[in-house]
Write a protein that binds this ligand. Sequence first.
Ligand code: OSB
Ligand code: MG
Length: 384
Amino acid sequence: MPTPAPSSPTAAPEALVLPRLDHVDLVTVRLPFVSPFGTSVHVWTVKDAMLMRVEPDGVIAWSECVSDPDPYYSCETNATARHILADFLLPLVEQGLTLGDLEARFRRVRGHGMAKATLENALLILIAHQRGLALHELLGRPARKIPSGLSIGLKDSPDDLLRAVERAVARKYHRVKMKVKNGQDIEWVRAVRRRFPDLPLMVDANGDYTLADVDHLRRLDEFDLMMVEQPLSCSDIIEHATLQAAMRTPVCLDESIHSLADAAAAISIGACRIVNVKQGRVGGLLESIRIAHHAAAHGIGVWSGGMDETGIGRAVNIHLQTAEGFSLPGDTSETSTYFDEDIVEPRVVLDADGFIAIPEGPGLGARVMPERVLKRTIAAERLR
Ligand code: OSB
Ligand code: MG
């Protein structure tokens, strides 16, 4: 196949042909968080990120698995992702297949979207490097300024929360999300709303409520929130439809959505008015783009979630948001939200209007610093 001229965009990424793939390593790095990140399910103090490094023919590409060592956000963990990648997914990768062919092979492996995304993203980033294209160009999308959004973890006091929101407003974040849990919700939202009446504000419950809490959740309606994210358990898609019918605040699904099929089902029964697309959770960039198209075509708001990724996953999320359908600011924040020192350069920073520029250069644009990876490595293994 002739190599397209640099910067010629790709119409259908599914038609991209896989290059040879060898020198495939999994490298797990541990990065301390600048402060603990608390949700209704767990408090994380470090990021143990499992990275994939591929280097066929001397061209290096990195991707990041968004799983954690624990199953508190998702049933996938770093250990399950390693198992599925090594024993089932990597053996399916063959030079000459298209990415669409590979996705069809991957479908036989049930679930494990985080493992699938790690490998598919590594291949896309590798192909972009080989063609001298930025990832968003390979996906056929022009550069644009990416809006920003901050996710504020559970705090010990309303004062701590107000200080964090104040900092976000001063940085010009386009919207602020605050974590809530059952009992640490209405009065905490009221405190923020009283202080910031016009702030684009939303809450994320990470599944802490049940349908028994409908009357309680309806009290959020008075605060003019952009949305309430994943109020009920990940498996409760039908229950979310019941809840959405009972409240004015738009419901957004995060943990419930693992595929285009999940998103289409949720949308068709009115379970949400907004979808959080995490490329890692749904099996990678191509499924994310399909979900965004489908949702937007049905009048559903779409944004890119985050998994407090290192600069690798953070850059993937930034490139993804050039795709059609991403209509709302996502969980894309500055590197300094989570890390004093990241493993990539440049760091993500907001411009004076709160926007994020796509890092320039081939592939992700963000360049991985090998000596920083080495310094932070807690496990490494060659898979192929
Ligand atoms: O529910 O969106 C979530 C982080 C880890 C696990 C789940 C979630 C989050 C976030 C942070 O909210 C998003 C980010 O800043 O990357
Ligand atoms: Mg969430």
